[in-house]
Design a protein around this ligand. Structure first.
Ligand code: GRF
Length: 189
């Protein structure tokens, strides 16, 4: 039986699309079984519908605590038989409930060469620093912010000043690295 991915995203979802397309093309031998978003109506939900992927939308403020909404998510993920959770622009720290249920089976993509530039707006942070080699990291998720063990990295050399140009270079790299890395991880699960 095909392995099942859940992809968590809060926004645009271009990495969701890269992973879903790679599954459709057989580059990843798995199916995207669930799209999870904490921002109902985010553009990622449209992309999910295009790929016929069921969407779980929730508003964290409708729950008394992170523990409560993560319990709801963990139940849905288990019911669906999810093998691997891929965070793709999910703007929340994963809490104890999901880490306990899916520890070692949650990965994230971050637009910097970690451990440099953790947290929000990593690209802006790196530009402010005058970085000349930007990059992308895929790592396991633990309780720290962008701090879990690194699985794969790719460098993006750039000496210009055009944020849009840099962002699209980084995204292009993400859309190659994430599917290739997920495929590799799945083969060892
Ligand atoms: C990506 O740059 C990813 O590295 C970061 O959030 C961004 C999400 O972009 N974690 P998208 O929503 O996949 O287009």
């Amino acid at each position: 039986m095909k392995k099942k991915l859940a992809i968590f995203a809060s926004g645009n979802g271009s990495n969701f699309e890269a992973l879903a397309q790679a599954c459709a093309d057989g580059i990843i031998d798995a199916e995207v079984a669930l799209c999870v978003t904490d921002k109902p109506g985010a553009y990622v939900t449209e992309r999910a519908r295009k790929f016929n992927v069921p969407v779980v939308e929730f508003r964290p403020k409708d729950f008394a605590s992170k523990r409560d909404f993560e319990t709801m998510l963990a139940n849905q993920l288990k019911e669906c038989g999810i093998d691997l959770i891929c965070l793709a622009g999910y703007m929340r720290i994963i809490g104890d409930v999901l880490l306990e249920e899916f520890g070692g089976r949650i990965v994230n993509i971050h637009p910097s060469l970690l451990p440099a530039f953790r947290g929000v707006d990593a690209i802006g942070q790196a530009m402010d620093y005058g970085v000349k080699i930007y990059g992308v990291t895929i790592h396991y998720v633990d309780a720290t912010l962008d701090g879990g063990r690194i699985i794969a990295q790719a460098a993006v050399p750039y000496e210009g000043n055009d944020r849009d140009e840099l962002e699209s270079m980084i995204h292009r790299q993400e859309h190659l690295l994430y599917p290739a890395t997920v495929s590799r991880i799945l083969s060892s699960l």
